[in-house]
Write a protein that binds this ligand. Structure first.
Ligand SMILES: NC(=O)C1=CN([C@@H]2O[C@H](COP(=O)(O)OP(=O)(O)OC[C@H]3O[C@@H](n4cnc5c(N)ncnc54)[C@H](O)[C@@H]3O)[C@@H](O)[C@H]2O)[C@@H](O)CC1
Ligand SMILES: [K+]
Length: 497
């Protein structure tokens, strides 16, 4: 699991690391790592560093200092290095080192003297964690032209222009081939769209150790998914695996109930009770005869997928809350949340548009800063919120930490995926998984299932793939092979069966 932190926490951790060992030269460590990654990139593309043309974009802070010292190292290996001074006075020590190694400094007015197309590599040292999002026009134009000319760019710490704390890219920003990130991961590395600007990420451990006061955003990977998934064992029954109740779909949208049921069944629900409409029941009876329709014990409920304009939705959800069981509210149910507030055991599964409606803001506001929006949604409703989208975030009310699911291919953004996902979430709640982890595991398993397929498939097929992926990921218990069993025949009855 990767953990990312807001900048103010990273600054605090850096200060603690410096206080603990004042003799260490963090800038030289950073510069050494950037030079090594840049040299690898040059070796891959043109065979060697010697003779390579390298352009450094230098801002006025320490990020520029890192880049200048890295440039000096490349110049000492025979690269022809030009630094372009942007945004303030370049770091004096870094500049002196570059010039001493044979590099040159140009200012913005001399930009006409260089042909951006002719460079083998760019180093982005404009802004690091001290940067405000966005780039001045002239810097944005250089970043755009490097991208257009396919000049690979190594970003120092983060791609300049992105919002390190939200993952937003409010205007122009550098698009890096590789980002050499120092110490702890920043949020821009794990949240789209900024994550896409980072390219490949190389993390350099500078000895920062998180303490309890930091706000941790944990990003799940496949190993976490396998470890935390509630796989049944020899003691399991349908009740320990969990009975899912599904009140989803409508005459207008019967498919939503069918797809949610597929999600619940193929993610391993012990039993599914379907409380939706007649048409859906007829289809399910043929497709999934294990689904039952009688009233009876249920351990978690799903409401809202494909409800359309169902008029009693708010009462239905309210009764669900009164029952004390955990529940999932999806899609049309999200506009029918009872005004008295929800419970943190409940999981809401909005996409950006649905969350925007809940918050009374524009969809673009949610998309620009999904982490903050997910937190606001959780605080506003009192429920746990799984915000769906290119980065799937699960936030709890009153907490600033969050979970981010494993990322998947973009084609899962299709009608019906959300219904399947809501069914998977409900299976996990019914199995006793807490709402935040349930949302993150469900979104992760759907993403991993989608990634394991060669391309887009309909949502019910994706649900089936969830079962296949869960089977593949299941950790195998360390069985001991007893070679004596079956040899004597009589004791174990093998020969008599
Ligand atoms: N603190 C540490 O322990 C370490 C820091 N390092 C480097 O230092 C960086 C942080 O350095 P700084 O704090 O100097 O910050 P930056 O280098 O990110 O830049 C801050 C400067 O840019 C200006 N600025 C910010 N946003 C701007 C914008 N949008 N347009 C124009 N000007 C803008 C600020 O006014 C300030 O002068 C890190 O990202 C990393 O690269 C590394 O050397 C490793 C160790
Ligand atoms: K940078």
């Amino acid at each position: 699991m990767l953990t990312a932190y807001p900048v103010h926490d990273i600054r605090r951790l850096e200060t603690a690391a410096i206080d603990a060992d004042p003799a260490q030269d963090l800038m030289q460590q950073a510069a050494g790592a950037v030079a090594a990654v840049a040299a690898e990139e040059l070796a891959r593309r043109r065979g060697r560093v010697y003779g390579a043309r390298v352009l450094i974009l230098v801002g006025g802070g320490n990020n520029g200092g890192d880049a200048l010292f890295a440039g000096a190292r490349l110049a000492r290996r025979g690269a022809r290095v030009i630094a372009l001074g942007l945004l303030g006075t370049p770091h004096p020590g870094g500049l002196a080192a570059l010039l001493a190694a044979g590099g040159r400094l140009l200012d913005q007015d001399q930009l006409g003297q260089v042909d951006l197309d002719g460079f083998d590599l760019g180093l982005d040292g404009v802004l690091g964690i001290g940067g405000r999002p966005g780039l001045p026009d002239q810097v944005a134009e250089i970043a755009r032209r490097l991208d257009e000319c396919d000049v690979p760019v190594v970003a120092v710490d983060l791609p300049s222009g992105v919002d390190a704390d939200t993952g937003a890219v409010p205007s122009a920003a550098v698009r890096a081939t590789v980002t050499v990130s120092f110490g702890a991961a920043k949020l821009c590395e794990v949240i789209e769209p900024a994550k896409g600007n980072c390219g490949r990420i190389v993390r350099i451990d500078l000895g920062f150790r998180p303490d309890n006061a930091v706000t941790a955003i944990d990003v799940l990977d496949e190993v976490d998914l396998a470890r935390r998934w509630p796989y049944p064992d020899a003691r399991s029954s349908k009740y320990t695996r969990g009975v899912v109740g599904i009140d989803a779909g409508s005459t207008q949208y019967p498919g939503a109930g069918i797809l949610a049921t597929h999600g619940a069944v193929f993610s391993g629900a012990g039993m599914v009770r379907f409380h939706g409409g007649e048409e859906a029941r007829r289809v399910l009876t043929g497709a999934l005869p294990n689904v039952v329709y009688a009233e009876g014990r249920v351990q978690a409920m799903l409401y809202g997928s494909g409800w359309g304009d169902r008029s009693d939705g708010a009462e239905v959800i309210s009764r669900g809350l009164d029952s004390g069981l955990p529940g999932v509210v999806d899609a049309d149910g999200l506009q029918r949340l009872p005004s008295r507030g929800m419970s943190a055991d409940w999981l809401l599964t909005p996409h950006a548009g649905e969350l925007a409606r809940l918050l009374g803001c524009d969809r673009s506001e949610v998309e620009a800063d999904p982490l903050t929006a997910a937190h606001r949604g959780a605080d506003r409703t009192g429920a746990t919120v799984l915000l769906k989208g290119s980065t799937q975030i699960v936030a709890q009310p009153g907490r600033r930490s969050a979970l981010i699911a494993v990322g998947g291919p973009a084609w899962t953004a299709q009608a019906g995926s959300g219904d399947v996902l809501a069914g998977i979430c409900t299976t996990l709640l019914a199995a006793g998984v807490p709402a935040q982890l349930a949302g993150a595991l469900a979104a992760s398993v759907q993403a991993v299932a989608a990634a394991s397929l060669p391309g887009p498939v309909p949502p019910q097929r994706l649900a089936e793939q969830v079962a296949i992926v869960l089977g593949r990921l299941q950790p195998q218990p360390p069985y001991e092979v007893d070679h004596e069993i079956g040899r004597s025949g009589d004791d174990h009855g093998a020969g008599r069966r």
